[in-house]
Structures are given as C-alpha cells and as structure tokens.
Design a protein around this ligand. Structure first.
Ligand SMILES: Cc1cc2nc3c(=O)[nH]c(=O)nc-3n(C[C@H](O)[C@H](O)[C@H](O)COP(=O)(O)OP(=O)(O)OC[C@H]3O[C@@H](n4cnc5c(N)ncnc54)[C@H](O)[C@@H]3O)c2cc1C
Length: 123
C-alpha cells in the first residue's frame, strides 16, 4: 500500500502530483526488482520527500515533536557553501545576496537532478 498527495504531509497541487510521481516510480522499481533510489535532497522533489519522511520534523520548546505540511520552498533545501560575491568580486548584501543564494541552490538542484535522472530514468 502506497500513499501519495497531500495525505503524505505535502501541500499544494504541484507537490501532491510530485509525491504521486515518486510513489509511482518507487512502486515500479519494487515490481521490477530494481533498487529504489530517492531523488537528491538538494533538488525540490527530494527536499520535499525528505521533509515529509521526517527530515524536517522539529521540536518546539522541548515540547512534543511537531510537523507542518509544506509547499516546496528554499527553506527545505540543505544549506550549501556559498560565496556571496558578484562576478566582479563585490560583496553582495540584502536582496542581491538572497537572489544569488537562490540561484546557487537552483543550479546545484539542476545538476544533481540531471545526474539522478540519467541514472534512474530507464525503469
Ligand atoms: C480552498 C483551498 C484552496 C487551495 N488553493 C491552492 C492553490 O491555490 N494552490 C495549490 O497548489 N494548492 C491549493 N490548495 C491545496 C490543494 O488543493 C491540495 O494540496 C491538493 O488538491 C491535494 O491533492 P490530493 O490529490 O493529494 O488530494 P485531493 O485533491 O484532496 O484529492 C483526494 C480525493 O480523494 C477523494 N476521497 C477521499 N476519501 C475517499 C474515499 N474514502 N474513497 C474514495 N475517494 C476518496 C476525495 O473526494 C478527493 O477527490 C488549496 C486547498 C483548498 C482547500
């Protein structure tokens, strides 16, 4: 029995479809006797999967563990080494720094997801 969609702890149309896609791929791997390789946590779909399978379960004020259903957002991505400088070496601050950080996270996601797809697409 496999679950997909919002019942798994994600939130939103795209997220629910994304978890359905992964649930389907995992079911296919299982049926075909192939290794189940989850998508990289550095990409949005893998970060979401990590969140709903426990990676981001938080403790609040040492109280009971809590869980918040989640849309995909940059806060779910694992942190990365990031040098907040412009191409001409100027130190970035404020919104410029935030945009550059998101761009760096996106580039890492694209690279890792491309590799994962190459390795796993032929089910
Ligand atoms: C008012 C509102 C506004 C929203 N706006 C947005 C938005 O703008 N953008 C966005 O991304 N997300 C939005 N969402 C969230 C989004 O609707 C859900 O995250 C998404 O629809 C979940 O998809 P799902 O397929 O997992 O579940 P659902 O779409 O809830 O589908 C579950 C289906 O299972 C059926 N079902 C339930 N029990 C049984 C049963 N026992 N037997 C058979 N069938 C059953 C239900 O009838 C339903 O058709 C909104 C949600 C609400 C409530």
């Amino acid at each position: 029995l496999r679950f997909a969609g919002q019942i798994t702890g994600c939130e939103g149309y795209v997220e629910s479809a994304a978890v359905g896609l992964i649930a389907g791929r995992m079911a296919a791997c299982e049926r075909l006797g192939r290794e189940i390789v989850p998508p990289p946590q550095t990409a949005a779909i893998g970060a979401l999967l990590n969140h709903i399978t426990g990676g981001h379960i938080e403790s609040i004020d040492a109280g009971p563990r809590s869980f918040q259903p989640m849309n995909v957002n940059f806060g779910l991505f694992p942190p990365m080494e990031f040098s907040p400088k412009s191409p001409d070496g100027k130190r970035l601050r404020g919104p410029e720094k935030a945009v550059a950080k998101k761009r760096a996270l996106s580039e890492r996601a694209e690279a890792d997801m491309t590799q994962w797809l190459k390795a796993t697409v032929a089910l």
